[in-house]
Design a protein. Structure first.
Lengths: 358, 739
């Protein structure tokens, strides 16, 4: 290898009140503010049609913002076309040029960036090396497996040392096993090179696994921004709670608030947890299935409606006056039979209070 | 790094076009040269001071043609932006201003000052009599005007249109400019010509007198005399549209819904209209049914009847056009009939409809829009057809031939030709409009990409038998007609002396040896080589314009895109005769004075055949995933580099197809060509028509046969090459795969 090694010129990305309107009145992105720090991997997560891909394409310059400002580093790029932005993107379909070899694909961007041929070639080879595709340089994309094609697409984007690297659902065309592997590779490369990465996915598990920060989007707006842990443990509202991981949402009554601790009541069962600024009155409590404690003596009365053995744990569906909840239990040796009367309590850590939305 | 470099320095494209403007102004002869630029005779004949050859700068410097001097302002203005960054508002403003000024001034002086000084009386009244004059603009003017156009588009791009994409804005500007200059301008000129009186003034009365002429709208045929050409054309076109649609449907049904064995042979029929010069079928019909035709004589002998001239007139033209255009309807309807989802028919059958009921209640209604489409195509083709009515029309006047006789005949009446052309244009444009606006949204045949398992049911028996009879007999008839063409070219003198001979081929294509080497002594070689040359020049240009247009239509969105699309596809609906007439009227006088040159033929082919290239391009470009372009853009290539490095290589088969088809169509065209040929540039088809008019059928048919085989070879070569491209790639895979 020659002296040059691939590095990064990672830069932050900022959105100031950016909107995108298609046609006359289809609002795809509605006045969002967003800060992506340099060297961080930020995921845009949300159901389909929430505007996450449009947001990504606006960073790339493939869509132009209808209003607002987009900054990459210190530069206002709002009006710059894709060609002139220092951003590269890995496409969902990979978009490898079928008429060029793997090496030509990876060199493609370098030849437009002022590198002499020799240097471009060196860098491209390094890029291929980095993604573990040494020796595949003369093949055509059609001769590679899906996972390999994906890595060529990553290498092609990496070698340009872009200020920002974008991924548009990069794993959706891979099978489940490969997905875990590739997402770990992407995360490793991102951390090694210190890249700024913006990553779009609709898979919450993928988002939790790779991100420094997750931006949850809904209906063209941002629902919540936070680290994976913050989103999982302290969702802002029912939508986020339900979208990130599974959550049981139960109506409850805040009976008293002391400092930042609240006491709630469900059918006579009392539980203390952080108030998160909510006043006494009706509220919603979000409880992860693993944070439900099934016992005989303390808690809300419930009946086991369904019990499913899935190997590593038991999955129960409980019904009662509160409606229906989904719970998991690690004890597979003494399973509860359907029809058993139980009491359902909450773990001390985990459940969070949410404002009532109706 | 790529972002930084693009801001500080002047884009090379801008430097190029500024330089081109100056070169056009200072170096190239401003006016059209008598002998053409490439003879280079002008270089040694007084250039750069002689008035005829001088560049604009020298003309102005010597105090001549002073109206060219103002062009120096828009030429100099762009120099101001050289040091400015692109983001400077003055950059865009100066470029737009100088580009617009330059174009407007070139157009204004071109139209304002002609071969007799000022063209318009009010100019003379304003400035007094002008002692000078000017002829058609030449290369200098053309380069200059092009430079102004692209300076203008770069200015527009710098203002932020299409994300500031210079290539896309320039391509749009370029296509609009040439389509305006060579489609809309001549058509507009022609429309004006309809209002000109004999002494050059404009008058509505003249138009009305020509428009309500009895030869156009007369209904005499109802009472035994002759009908007007407009009614004849309309009647003929409706008949042809109807019959070709029915026959085409029958062929399509046999190919897709029957156990017929020779489907491949039937499909081969679809190639015929591509390779057949339009009047050849007329000639073959004369050989069969004419006064001394084979069939006529046999019938005369058998029944003792005197052969008549029944063929010349409506029956002959109708048969010829039906033969010629049935394959087109067939081609359209194969797609439609195959496109009806088999699951719908299967669903109908499971709902207890029998085969006949399924066909009548499900299949046929689903094909209805396709049938209407085929009808309209047949209608347009028949309206525009020129060759067959010319050969077989007799006293049956149709618009396309009447236009021709109005302008080349003894009557020489430009106004009448223009009026006739307007009527013809009205008919074809209405059909074209109906086809696009009404049928465009109404297709039931959708290919969804979801696998549609199922088989088309076989036709019901009651339908199958008559359909097979019709198809087989019509196919046989077609084969006989084409056989006649080959046979006729080998006969001494048709109907009189039926000995076989190669005489006609020798007359047309003999090659002699002289001491100077090969001597192309055959009578047809001149026109043959001219045709090949013109077609070979026109084909790549047609393909280029077509593909760039297709790229803009499929890959870019911009204001006025629908109008842009309509404008570019419009030339499809403009009959060749109308193009011919309008070109003669528009390009016979300055500022663009190109009649009698090869250039006008090339240009007419480009705009006649452009829709073919556009369609081929659109079809294959919509199969390329958009993310390919996008990834190229995010990798730092600009849109021109993306077009050249990603899209073009992937479109190679489409390019090849567009090339070959525009080449072949250029060789078989007659309707526009016959107006535009000159002694120097005679084309094969017009030469053949000339032979026919002299009753020299042998030579005409031998020449036509040769053309058919040349074009068959071209199409065959295409098939081979396109096939090769794919196989080549696969073999490439195999060899490069590491062991």
């Amino acid at each position: 290898m020659t002296g040059t090694t691939l590095g990064s010129k990672a830069a932050p990305v900022r959105f100031d009140g950016v909107s995108k309107v298609f046609g006359k009145d289809v609002v795809a992105v509605d006045s969002i503010d967003l800060q992506v720090d340099a060297g961080k991997l930020v995921t845009l997560l949300g159901p389909s049609g929430c505007g996450k891909t449009t947001t990504l394409r606006m960073i790339a310059g493939l869509e132009m913002a209808s209003s607002g400002r987009i900054l990459i580093g210190d530069r206002d790029v709002t009006r710059l076309p894709a060609t002139d932005r220092d951003v590269s993107m890995v496409f969902q379909s990979y978009a490898l040029f079928p008429h060029m070899s793997v090496l030509e694909n990876v060199m493609y961007g370098l030849t437009f960036s002022g590198f002499v041929k020799e240097e471009a070639r060196n860098r491209a080879m390094q890029g291929l090396d980095l993604v573990g595709l040494k020796g595949f340089d003369t093949r055509l994309p059609s001769e590679l497996s899906g996972g390999q094609q994906q890595r060529v697409a990553v290498a092609r984007a990496l070698v340009l040392e872009p200020q920002v690297l974008l991924f548009d659902e990069p794993l959706s065309n891979l099978d489940a096993k490969l997905r875990r592997q590739v997402r770990e590779d992407i995360r490793a490369i991102q951390q090694d090179l210190g890249l700024t990465v913006v990553y779009v996915t609709h898979d919450q598990e993928e988002a939790l696994a790779v991100s420094d920060e997750i931006v949850v989007m809904r209906n063209a707006a941002i629902a919540q921004i936070g680290t994976p842990r913050q989103l999982y443990d302290a969702p802002n509202d029912r939508f986020v709670a339900d979208f990130i991981g599974e959550a049981n949402l139960l109506h409850c009554e805040i009976v008293s608030v002391e400092g930042d601790e609240a006491t709630i009541d469900i059918e006579g069962y009392r539980h203390r947890l952080p108030a998160r600024g909510l006043p006494p009155g009706p509220a919603t409590i979000a409880v992860r299935p693993s944070r439900l404690v099934i016992g005989r003596d303390e808690g809300v009365p419930a009946t086991v409606a369904k019990a499913t053995y899935v190997g590593v744990r038991m999955e129960y569906t409980l019904t009662g006056g509160f409606g229906q909840v989904f719970a998991v239990h690690d004890d597979v040796d003494t399973p509860l039979e359907p029809g058993t009367e139980v009491h359902m309590g909450f773990a001390t850590r985990g459940p969070v209070l949410l404002p009532d939305e109706d | 790094m790529r972002a930084v470099s693009s801001e500080k320095t002047t884009p090379p494209v801008l430097v190029f076009w500024i330089a081109a403007g100056w070169i056009g102004f200072c170096l190239f002869p401003w006016y059209m040269l008598e002998d053409g630029l490439w003879s280079f005779g002008w270089l040694f004949d007084g250039y750069p001071f002689d008035e005829d050859y001088a560049p604009a700068l020298f003309l102005v410097g010597q105090g001549e043609k002073l109206w060219l001097a103002p062009l120096l302002i828009p030429l100099a203005l762009p120099l101001l932006v050289l040091r400015r960054p692109k983001s400077d508002p003055a950059y865009a403003r100066i470029l737009i201003l100088s580009g617009a000024l330059g174009i407007v001034w070139i157009i204004a002086q071109g139209f304002g000052i002609g071969i007799r000084g000022f063209t318009y009386d009010w100019l003379t009244a304003l400035f007094g009599e002008l002692d000078d004059r000017q002829y058609g603009m030449g290369y200098g003017a053309m380069i200059c005007a092009t430079a102004f156009l692209f300076l203008f588009t770069q200015g527009i791009a710098a203002r932020g249109a299409i994300n500031g994409d210079v290539f896309v804005v320039s391509a749009i500007g370029g296509v609009i400019a040439i389509v305006t200059a060579f489609v809309f301008f001549p058509i507009a000129r022609m429309l004006f010509a309809a209002f000109i009186t004999e002494d050059g003034a404009y008058s509505i009365a003249v138009f009305f007198s020509k428009f309500f002429d009895d030869r156009l709208w007369g209904l005499g045929c109802l009472s035994g005399t002759r009908c007007g050409a407009a009614w004849n054309s309309l009647f003929l076109a409706i008949l042809v549209g109807f019959i070709t649609t029915v026959l085409g449907l029958a062929f399509a049904l046999v190919v897709t819904r029957s156990g017929f064995r020779h489907k491949r042979a039937l499909r081969a029929l679809t190639v015929l209209p591509i390779i057949t010069p339009p009047f050849v079928i007329g000639l073959a019909l004369i050989l069969l049914f004419g006064l001394s035709g084979t069939v006529s004589e046999a019938v005369a002998e058998a029944f003792g009847i005197q052969p008549t001239r029944w063929l010349y007139g409506l029956p002959g033209v109708l048969i010829a056009q039906t033969l010629a255009f049935t394959p087109i309807a067939f081609l359209v309807l194969i797609g439609v009939v195959e496109g009806v989802s088999p699951s719908m028919e299967e669903a109908a059958q499971t709902l207890r409809a029998n085969k006949w009921q399924t066909f009548r209640t499900v299949s046929l209604p689903l094909m209805r829009p396709g049938l209407a489409n085929a009808f309209l195509l047949g209608f347009i083709e028949s309206m525009a057809d020129f060759g067959n009515p010319l050969v077989l029309g007799g006293n049956f006047d149709v618009l396309s031939t009447e236009i021709f006789f109005a302008i080349v005949g003894a009557q020489y009446d430009q106004g009448r030709a223009a009026v006739l052309a307007m009527v013809l244009l009205f008919f074809t444009l209405s059909a074209f409009y109906a086809q696009r606006m009404w049928l465009g949204k109404k297709s039931y045949t959708t290919v969804t990409g979801k696998g549609d398992a199922g088989v088309h049911p076989v036709m019901p028996r009651g339908l199958s038998i008559p359909v097979h009879c019709v198809v087989i007999s019509w196919a046989l008839f077609t084969v006989i007609v084409y056989g006649m063409i080959v046979y006729g070219s080998l006969v001494e003198l048709w109907g009189v002396n039926n000995t076989l001979t190669f005489k006609h081929y020798v007359t047309a294509f003999s090659i002699g040896m002289t001491e100077h080497g090969l001597h192309w002594s055959g009578a047809a070689w001149d026109s043959f080589w001219t045709t090949i040359m013109i077609a070979a020049i026109a084909a790549p240009l047609t393909a280029a314009v077509g593909l760039v247009t297709a790229y803009l239509l499929t890959r870019q969105s911009f204001a006025g895109k629908n109008a842009f699309e309509f404008g570019t596809m419009l030339s499809f609906a403009i009959p060749g005769t109308v193009i011919g007439v309008s070109y003669i009227l528009a390009f016979n006088v300055p500022p663009i004075e190109i009649t009698g040159t090869g250039i006008i033929l090339v240009i007419s082919f480009i705009f006649r055949n452009m829709p073919v290239g556009v369609r081929a391009g659109i079809a294959s470009m919509s199969q390329l995933d958009r993310s390919l372009d996008e990834s190229s853009l995010t990798l730092g290539a600009n849109s021109w580099q993306t077009f050249r490095k990603v899209i073009l290589p992937l479109l190679r088969p489409a390019i090849l197809a567009a090339l070959v088809y525009s080449f072949v169509r250029a060789m078989t065209a007659i309707s526009a060509v016959i107006f535009l040929v000159s002694a120097e540039y005679d084309m094969a088809t017009s030469y053949i028509i000339g032979r026919v008019e002299n009753n020299d059928y042998g030579l005409a048919i031998a020449y036509s046969t040769t053309l058919i085989f040349v074009m068959l070879a071209a199409v065959g070569l295409l098939q081979l090459l396109v096939g090769r491209v794919r196989i080549g790639r696969r073999m490439h895979h195999a060899t490069e795969r590491p062991a």
